[in-house]
Design a protein around this ligand. Structure first.
Ligand code: C5P
Length: 238
């Protein structure tokens, strides 16, 4: 078995019910991955579910994408920090003051999760951006908002595999790039269109890979996860 000190795969727990998430997690190993809890599952399972996952030894990325006035987002980030999660995120479109308030709240907490931002939702194309008044291509907006995120002192951004090289070049080595849209060679694409393999995403400069269905829908989820870890192991710093 591959020994991982800092597992790079974050398994997306996209389940409607806490019990389904728990059943899947019982088949995983906290030494091999972290877990992402998003809006649907958190709304169902709440802090109790996050606590249960953490009790089993898993670190949790709480993917709630906070976007509100600075005071409200700061308080929400503090609440997430108090839950003991490993990572939490906000929308960069909330602006510099909102992100700085989030940073300050987390820095003041006893437990300090990593704080990242979402730049442009990958579901938004040129026409969607224009309609909400954002000029330029999705890539222009991603670059601008990632720079703003870094300058507000956040730790990284969520980005698609096709943005990894540009953001790594723009923002340097320490900035964390958390990348969904990852599919092992031969895996079903599901509804993802612009995908990269785990190896390619890591080679391009991703820090962590968010992977859902190729693991959660596999006959043997742990085997699927470990195959991904084997594939990316040679690309990790030693
Ligand atoms: O099952 P799959 O590997 O496609 O899951 C990917 C996860 O990453 C889902 O939780 C999805 O919501 C999330 N995500 C994404 N694309 C983004 C941002 C988040 O697929 N741009």
């Amino acid at each position: 078995m591959v020994e991982m000190t800092d597992p790079r795969v974050i398994v997306a727990l996209d389940f409607a019910e806490a019990a389904q998430a728990q059943a899947l997690v019982a088949r995983l190993d906290p030494a091999q991955c972290r877990l992402k809890v998003g809006k649907e599952l958190f709304t169902r399972g709440g802090p109790a579910l996050v606590a249960a996952l953490q009790e089993k030894g898993f670190e949790v990325f709480l993917d709630l994408k906070f976007h509100d006035i600075p005071n409200t987002v700061a308080k929400a980030c503090k609440a997430a920090a108090d839950l003991g999660v490993w990572m939490v995120n906000v929308h960069a479109l909330g602006g510099r003051r909102m992100m700085a308030a989030a940073r300050e709240a987390i820095d003041a907490a006893a437990h300090r999760p990593r704080l990242i931002a979402v730049t442009v939702l990958t579901s938004m194309g040129d026409a969607d951006l224009a309609e909400v008044g954002l000029q330029g291509s999705p890539e222009d907006n991603v670059r601008r908002l990632a720079r703003l995120t870094a300058s507000a002192g956040l730790d990284g951004v969520v980005c698609s595999p096709r943005e990894v090289v540009m953001l790594r070049n723009t923002l340097g080595g320490d900035f964390q790039l958390i990348t969904p849209g990852v599919r092992p060679a031969g895996a079903a694409l599901n509804d993802q269109t612009r995908v990269a393999t785990p190896e390619d995403a890591m080679r391009m400069g991703a820090s962590y890979l968010v992977i859902g269905r190729p693991i959660t829908q596999a006959d043997d989820p742990l085997a699927a996860l470990m195959a991904i870890n084997e594939a990316i192991l040679p690309l990790l710093p030693h």
